[in-house]
Design a protein around this ligand. Structure first.
Ligand SMILES: [Zn+2]
Length: 309
């Protein structure tokens, strides 16, 4: 079986304005890199729209309707200081969530063993009723709930190595014993959450604070000491990744010093756990990453590791 890549041109039409770091050029850089010869073996599908029912497993109907109604016919509407909607935002958000649904379906039905959802907007800051931090719908959370509701998954591990804490994902699963949420993130940094003392109602939230200047050695140590054992002990039947690449040393929004090879290593270790526990099943979601070169290098290293190369 192979690795599935979910994309859609709608990802290019969500545009928060000139100079905004979460820009269409990000996805363009990732698409272009994944066109190279070494990625020809990827299975490729277009991301469908998530349905209301699928979104409503995470977000209340009133929130979804409010987002849909906020979407402007022209120009831009500000949702928070750095989160804006243009006419392309809502279709892109629905397809970013829908790409995760399709990826989970493919992996849990055995049509692929790994999948990478190369879509934007990202999702891990979106709470049940809060769009913030460049995020509207929580794509990885919608995928986790879909795996449980539609495929009977009972233990879903979400590993989030974006440099920011996934406050939205933590909020959504804070009381859910069926989901392990494990995050490495720089502190202090936006959004300010992710204290190691926050462990969830069933001790299934695991926050690992990294600090400005930490490099690949530090993150590998955190993975060896904390993240990998936690995922192993949870014995998941599916592993989802919030794959942000803004811990890269070139990233303008954060201060960690990772290199593409570190993302390759982390991904490989998580794939080893997936081989041990859950028939290789890993679905990864693009989150942040704002230096175009660092993003393309890191995301392609990540996909290479998913492909087992
Ligand atoms: Zn981030």
């Amino acid at each position: 079986m192979g690795t599935l890549l979910l994309t859609h041109p709608a990802s290019l039409l969500h545009d928060m304005g000139a100079g905004h770091p979460e820009c269409p050029e990000r996805i363009k850089a990732v698409f272009e890199r994944l066109e190279r010869e070494e990625f020809q073996a990827l299975l490729r599908e277009e991301a469908p729209l998530a349905t209301a029912e699928q979104m409503m497993r995470v977000h209340p109907e009133r929130f979804i309707q409010a987002l849909e109604q906020s979407a402007p016919h022209q120009g831009r509407v500000r949702i928070d200081d750095d989160t804006l909607m243009n006419p392309g935002t809502w279709p892109a958000a629905q397809r970013a969530a829908g790409g995760g649904i399709a990826a989970v379906d493919a992996v849990l039905q055995g049509r692929a063993d790994k999948a990478f959802v190369a879509m934007r907007p990202p999702g891990h800051h979106a709470g049940r009723e809060t769009a913030m931090g460049f995020c509207f719908l929580n794509n990885v959370a919608i995928a986790a709930r879909h795996a449980m509701a539609a495929h009977g998954a009972e233990r879903v591990a979400i590993v989030d190595f974006d440099v920011h804490h996934g406050n939205g994902t933590q909020e959504i699963f804070y009381h859910d014993r069926h989901v392990l949420y494990c995050s490495t993130h720089e502190m202090p940094l936006f959004p300010g959450t992710g204290m190691p003392e926050d462990t969830g109602l069933h001790d299934q939230i695991c926050n690992v604070a990294m600090h400005a200047g930490d490099d690949g050695r530090a993150i590998r140590e955190a993975f060896r000491q904390i993240v990998l054992p936690r995922v192993h002990n949870f014995a998941p039947d599916l592993i989802l990744l919030s794959a942000g690449f803004d811990a890269h040393k070139f990233d303008p929004l954060a201060n960690l010093e990772l290199e593409a090879d570190d993302f390759y290593w982390m991904t490989g270790k998580l794939c080893d756990l997936a081989a041990h526990h859950c028939h290789d099943r890993v679905v990864s979601f693009l989150e942040g990453g704002y230096d175009l070169e660092g993003l393309a290098d890191s995301a392609s290293a990540h996909v290479r590791a998913l492909m087992g190369r």
